[in-house]
Design a binder for this molecule. Structure first.
Ligand SMILES: *Cc1c(COP(=O)(O)O)cnc(C)c1O
Length: 235
């Protein structure tokens, strides 16, 4: 039975290298259309829920920046991948529990989902303890969705100030996940405006369905899963 499964998934494996090149080309085209330097945009390849072999294929194709949304899954996949590719960079793009802060800071290079004072305080404490201070992004819940993580837009200014001042976090920018059923550009514009007020330069926005639009609105980081790795298997 496992034999059959393995063969089947091999046959179904998408051509990851071709997918990666296509996404890279589309990023470059969207950047040129917006009058931006393609080099100013970082592709974060999101391999969540896929086997580690697919992330390895992307690494072998020369890509180095990745995103995972679950700390435990990343701990299972990434120590071995980082051993083979020490310059790989891993972004946390999913919700972070304060009791996982230590493990998270030991493995991830960028934390994109800082969204509440209790988490900011825990991150600051662990960074002070270890001296290891990965770049942080603040996640903004631009759609005011009750089920979604992120600081609400009305509280964002105050929270950003506290993260930088009171907690002393290395805040580089903002991240958002627009509501699935809404025009994303309004959310991208809102995120860009909040970042502008605070002179923050990184904007992590745009996924498989809308990264060219996000680039038109100033995204510096696009998080792309399905368009590179194929459809995710059910968890
Ligand atoms: C899964 C995920 C992505 C990638 O989504 P795709 O639509 O597969 O490109 C991007 N950002 C976050 C926060 C995610 O959880």
């Amino acid at each position: 039975m496992p034999e059959i499964e393995a063969t089947k998934s091999l046959d179904d494996a998408p051509d990851i290298t071709a997918n990666l090149r296509r996404v890279e080309n589309e990023i470059a085209a969207a950047a040129r259309d917006a009058g931006r330097d393609p080099q100013s945009i970082t592709l974060v390849a999101v391999g969540k829920a896929h086997p580690a072999a697919r992330s390895r294929a992307v690494l072998e194709a020369g890509h180095r920046v990745f995103g995972e949304n679950r700390v435990q899954e990343a701990e299972a996949k990434w120590p071995a991948l980082k051993e083979s590719f020490p310059d790989a960079q891993l972004h946390l793009i999913g919700p972070l529990q304060t009791n996982k802060v230590r493990h998270t800071l030991a493995l991830f290079d960028v934390i994109e989902t800082v969204d509440r004072p209790k988490l900011a305080a825990a991150l600051a404490k662990e960074m002070d303890r270890t001296g290891h201070r990965p770049d942080c992004l603040i996640q903004v819940n631009t759609g005011n969705e009750s089920q979604k993580a992120g600081i609400l837009p009305e509280s964002a200014d105050n929270f950003i100030d506290r993260c930088r001042g009171e907690f002393g976090l290395p805040v580089r920018g903002l991240m958002c996940i627009p509501p699935v059923d809404e025009e994303p550009s309004l959310h991208f514009a809102l995120l860009r405006e909040i970042a502008r007020r605070h002179d923050l330069s990184w904007l992590s926005m745009g996924m498989s369905a809308d990264y060219p639009v996000a680039i038109a609105f100033g995204a510096t980081h696009v998080r792309v899963g399905t368009a590179i790795f194929g459809a995710r298997p059910a968890r």
